[in-house]
Ligand binder design. Structure first.
Ligand SMILES: [Zn+2]
Length: 733
């Protein structure tokens, strides 16, 4: 297998150089069909995949007083506009001719006058503007962080508080913000507890509110405090919290009332609420009942309860969104907790969702370590507050369905109380008016946000694509990874609004219809062989992978919360991470060499070739690494060379490798160095720390690993070969 790269749109060299990076902005079709009729003929999905706030090493920041925008459609000036003369530019989205403002005539980079086309805004398709007060409805808010913590018996037993408080203590000075940063804490079991952290107190003061039907804020002004003025009190509280509830007998969880209180507390400023929950909420507003029937986990028929049981969490999220507050959920549960309902608090408030099934701080050390590493990223990564994102496209194109965590405020405006660098979005497009008069179309996203330093900023990405009139060109330009990610998003919606089996059928039909349509353009004869354009060669494999994904699989035992979480990930991850989840990368690692290795920060990183996801590739003499995005597996064959086992795993032979192993020891051998260097390099490329499992062949844990070998047949699903036959039969019908 060869690695798959984003296709480069077929533009002239100059435009290619200026175009937006596919890491930020991708379209399912890099050749845009001229008409909706042509798109319909191709039977392919049209849409954009966005990663608008990703971490960038290079970002031109523009501080000029005048932000130049089209007077008619408000598009930001970009590399794809045309200058009619020195004084006028033509908008590439609506074609209006605009004046070039006087200030724009001066180029701050070259310090010369009369070169508007050389300004950084016109030389870079990704830029960030520092905005003036015109872009503010109110003075920029400070960074405000509220932590809402489950301290019921179940939570204390799971032991997450120690990890969280430790992580907060370590990262308190690295929380994004400035001298105005505010922080607060609430805990809850059957009652809701507040903490007065007002500067001047000798120790934190706990205030218990037991009327959960009408929660009030006991001392509203001293619950969210300035991080710097109250730092000692905050540290005292974080030191004390893990031991405060150790003898609790409270088994109930009044999550809903705690969230209502959090909303009240955050309303005046907005900011981020981080909720830690370990069980089904059982008291007060928003209480939930178990809806999972464990006997139905392997059902091949109907999968129920993929949607919320109550609209409480959605309503709360919309209220929060209206007050510029996002709610992030950390679900650390050992049993069913109805994530389908709980997730709504984050989905509609532009929050994010983290899930640690079977979490226990000592019994499940790999999950505990994952939480610790995830928290480090979560607490210290960039954050934008009170954000809105607008996507504009060339006249004739229109957007109709958005995917991600947000609230749609108007047809093309997404309300994002918070934005983080790990959030991905997708949007479906249609062609409303024919594009015959133009050879290029453009898409522009503008993300307006308040930085943690209180600056109003606008990050703008502009993507340019050619328009084509022939079906062959449409097929030639398919970005198969973007297409599969968009289809996955659509399948999640369909699973919830209709049914899982409808969603699965739609995925299969997407392959059958597009390949059938392609076949009929190539020849009128009935082909006995399945034919696909090279751009779509991997399409059937990726769809099969989706059908075997936790979110959409049937016939294989899948916990309801696990399935729902996979759906949440599909809807909110950027393409690069989602692809690894759909189609993991498999490498042989017992024979790593420096051949083709790359050099990163004085480290030599081996680059082993990708392997097909099939057991036939796994020789018993080898060791293989599978990268599934958020989890790594190292499979050790029974006949694996003892030298490798000793040099890399630190055990004398296969038999002595323990059943549970989640770390590679740091051994002073060349093979150990190469293996660790490769794994570290993979790890560093993603925001959340993947868990590592060493899996011995013939151990019970190997089922987890083998389920990702999607080219192979399972009891419940086709092999790749069988799936291709099935597709072919459907086409010939
Ligand atoms: Zn315009």
């Amino acid at each position: 297998m060869t690695p798959v790269w984003a296709p480069v749109p077929n533009l002239n060299l100059e435009l290619k150089k200026l175009n937006c990076s596919p890491d930020s902005f991708r379209c399912t079709l890099t050749n845009i069909p001229q008409t909706q009729a042509l798109l319909n003929k191709a039977k392919l999905p049209l849409g954009l995949l966005l990663h608008p706030f990703r971490d960038l090493t290079q970002l031109p920041v523009i501080t000029s007083n005048t932000i130049v925008r089209c007077r008619s459609c408000r598009t930001y000036i970009n590399p794809f506009v045309s200058f009619i003369d020195q004084r006028r530019w033509k908008c590439n989205l609506c074609y209006r001719v605009n004046d070039v403002p006087e200030e724009f005539m001066y180029n701050p980079l070259t310090r010369s006058y009369g070169e508007p086309h050389k300004r950084p805004e016109v030389q870079n398709s990704t830029v960030e503007f520092i905005a003036s007060s015109d872009y503010m409805l109110r003075p920029p808010q400070p960074a405000v962080y509220l932590f809402v913590l489950d301290v019921s018996h179940n939570a204390v037993e799971a032991g997450y508080l120690t990890i969280l408080c430790q992580s907060l203590l370590e990262n308190l000075d690295k929380l994004p913000g400035d001298s105005r940063t505010r922080i607060g804490f609430m805990t809850f079991d059957s009652t809701v507890h507040f903490y007065n952290l007002q500067e001047g107190l000798s120790q934190p003061q706990m205030l218990i509110v037991s009327d959960i039907d009408d929660v009030f804020l006991p001392t509203p002004d001293s619950l969210l405090v300035n991080l710097f003025e109250s730092k000692e009190l905050i540290k005292d509280l974080l030191d004390a919290l893990p031991n405060m509830f150790t003898s609790t007998r409270e088994t109930h969880s009044a999550l809903g009332p705690a969230l209502q209180a959090a909303f009240k507390l955050m309303s005046p400023t907005g900011g981020r609420v981080s909720v830690f929950q370990t069980q089904l909420p059982s008291l007060g507003a928003g209480l939930l009942q178990s809806r999972e029937d464990p006997n139905q986990r392997s059902s091949t028929k109907v999968v129920q309860h993929l949607g919320p049981a109550t609209d409480f969490y959605k309503k709360l999220a919309l209220d929060c969104s209206g007050q510029q507050t996002a709610v992030d959920l950390f679900l650390l549960s050992s049993q069913y907790s109805d994530l389908a309902s709980l997730a709504c608090m984050s989905k509609y408030s532009a929050g994010c969702i983290y899930y640690y099934p079977s979490f226990h701080c000592t019994h499940n050390p790999s999950q505990a370590e994952k939480l610790q590493k995830d928290l480090k990223r979560y607490l210290t990564r960039k954050i934008g507050f009170e954000a809105v994102m607008r996507i504009r496209c060339t006249k004739g194109l229109s957007m109709h369905t958005f995917h991600g965590n947000f609230f749609v405020r108007s047809t093309d405006l997404l309300s994002l109380a918070n934005i983080n660098p790990d959030a991905g979005f997708a949007v479906q497009l249609s062609i409303e008016e024919s594009l015959t008069d133009t050879s290029l179309v453009c898409f522009q996203t503008a993300l307006l946000y308040t930085s943690s330093k209180g600056e109003r900023r606008i990050r703008v990405h502009t993507l340019c694509l050619p328009v084509v009139s022939s079906l062959a060109d449409v097929y030639a330009g398919v970005d198969v990874q973007a297409a599969i990610c968009l289809l996955a998003n659509m399948a999640v919606d369909r699973s919830v609004s209709s049914s899982l089996s409808d969603a699965r059928d739609a995925l299969v039909n997407a392959v059958v219809d597009s390949l059938s349509a392609y076949g009929s353009t190539v020849s009128n004869l009935q082909h006995s062989a399945l034919i696909a354009p090279s751009s779509l060669k991997l399409f059937p494999l990726y769809v099969l992978a989706l059908l075997k994904q936790k979110a959409f699989r049937t016939g294989t035992s899948t916990r309801l919360d696990d399935r729902v979480y996979a759906m949440c990930q599909i809807k909110s991850q950027p393409l690069v991470h989602l692809m690894k989840m759909i189609h993991p990368n498999l490498y042989r690692i017992d024979r790593l060499t420096d051949e083709g290795a790359i050099h990163v920060n004085d480290r030599v990183v081996p680059q082993p070739p990708l392997q097909k996801l099939s057991a036939e590739k796994l020789t018993r003499e080898g060791a293989f690494l599978m990268d599934c995005g958020s989890v790594f597996y190292i499979w050790i064959g029974k006949g694996c060379d003892n030298n490798f086992i000793e040099d890399v795993l630190g055990y004398p032979n296969f038999a002595s490798i323990p059943q549970k192993m989640t770390h590679l020891p740091e051994l002073d051998t060349l093979s150990s160095e190469r293996a660790r260097s490769f794994i570290t390099w993979l790890r560093d490329s993603r925001p959340l720390s993947p868990v590592l499992h060493v899996v011995k062949d013939e151990s019970p844990a190997k089922a987890e690993f083998f389920q990702h070998l999607i080219e192979d047949r399972t009891e419940a699903a086709f092999s790749y070969y069988e799936f291709l036959l099935h597709v072919q039969q459907q086409i010939c019908k």
